[in-house]
Design a protein around this ligand. Structure first.
Ligand code: BTN
Length: 326
């Protein structure tokens, strides 16, 4: 890690508090001149650092720049930091993650971008990914390193992990819309896209790329017109009492940390607790058609059981549902 990054990490660990140049120099075993240079270059990168003579330097509370140094203080395991790669902009973090997986990067590699020029959504859609207000993040996961027997459980696992991370850090209460959209107050604030490379000979997945896009403080005006009624963010008014780094760390903790569910059944029970569509009138779009139904339940592998208007019961393995206005 460079002197600049180490200085930032120390300031992040003491966010909101002054550290003297001498303290920083001693902690990092560098000269006062190197401290000054590091601070100067961090300021050039738009970090808000207050410098007061006789008191030193303070990273102010309102910094919201994504950085490994800012994520580390909130990680359960600091070793994970070596596998976190942050970019200011990428076409798509899932695309980069796939390229890196092919190159042999490990389970637990994390790719984060401040913005994406062609963020990928489900069903060939684009995921709107402006700079400065979201977390666009992909994990490279090896199925044998996951806690479940059935790798497809990773989508439900990710949806629960996102909800729990948001709850831990923000005290908001997100919900899941089947399959894995995350909603807050009736509006989508996060999408999840899981992609995999299969080994056809062994009928197994070689690796999985789990992509998560969270709108953290994206203002409604930053969404294209056609999304304004259906997409939102955790803090749409821009007043953000947390940092994106803190939320990203909570997410990494939940995905890479010790398994929190003893069995897939326990995972789906938790998933169901977050699901808000059960009992609601929905519109189902599957490969062939669109029809009205009522969401009844999910089964033990996360498939959605719906009742069509004619009383027929259908189990949906995939597809898209939306809530019908009552
Ligand atoms: C959806 O809602 O349709 C899924 C959206 C998934 C978006 C995330 S952002 C990070 C990762 N990289 C991508 O290109 N897509 C996913």
């Amino acid at each position: 890690m460079s002197t600049k990054q180490r200085t930032l990490e120390l300031l992040e660990k003491n966010r909101g508090q002054f550290l003297s140049g001498a303290e920083i120099a001693k902690a990092l075993n560098i000269s006062r001149n190197s401290v000054w240079k590091a601070i100067h270059s961090l300021k050039n990168e738009a970090y808000q650092i207050e410098a007061v003579s006789n008191r030193g330097y303070k990273l102010t509370e309102d910094n919201n720049i994504l950085s490994v140094a800012g994520i580390i203080p909130n990680l359960l395991n600091e070793d994970w930091a070596a596998n976190i790669n942050i970019f200011s902009t990428l076409e798509s973090t899932n695309k980069t993650a796939k390229e890196m997986a092919i190159q042999g990067y490990d389970h637990g590699t994390v790719i984060i971008a401040d913005s994406q020029t062609a963020g990928k959504g489900r069903l060939g859609r684009l995921f709107h990914s402006p700079s400065g207000s979201g977390i666009y993040l992909s994990f490279i996961l090896l199925p044998e390193s996951l806690a479940f027997e059935n790798p497809t459980a990773v989508t439900a696992f990710a949806a629960v992990a996102v909800c729990e991370a948001i709850e831990t850090v923000t005290e908001k209460t997100p919900k899941i819309k089947w399959v894995n959209d995350i909603f807050l107050d009736g509006i989508k604030i996060c999408g999840i896209l899981t992609e995999a490379i299969s080994d056809l000979e062994n009928k197994s997945f070689q690796w999985i790329v789990l992509g998560i896009g969270i709108n953290v403080n994206t203002s409604i005006d930053d969404f294209p017109e056609e999304l304004r009624d259906i997409a939102g963010s955790i803090y749409p008014d821009g007043q953000i009492p947390i940092t994106r780094n803190k939320l990203a760390a909570a997410l990494i903790n939940n995905i890479l940390g010790e398994p929190r569910y003893g069995s897939e059944q326990a995972l789906y029970e938790k998933y169901k607790d977050y699901l808000f569509i059960i009992g609601q009138k929905i519109m189902v779009t599957d490969r062939q058609n669109t029809y009205e139904a009522t969401a009844m339940d999910i089964n033990s592998v996360g498939h959605l059981i719906v009742k069509k208007e004619n009383g027929e019961i259908v189990t949906l393995v995939s597809g898209e549902v939306s809530i019908r206005p009552q």
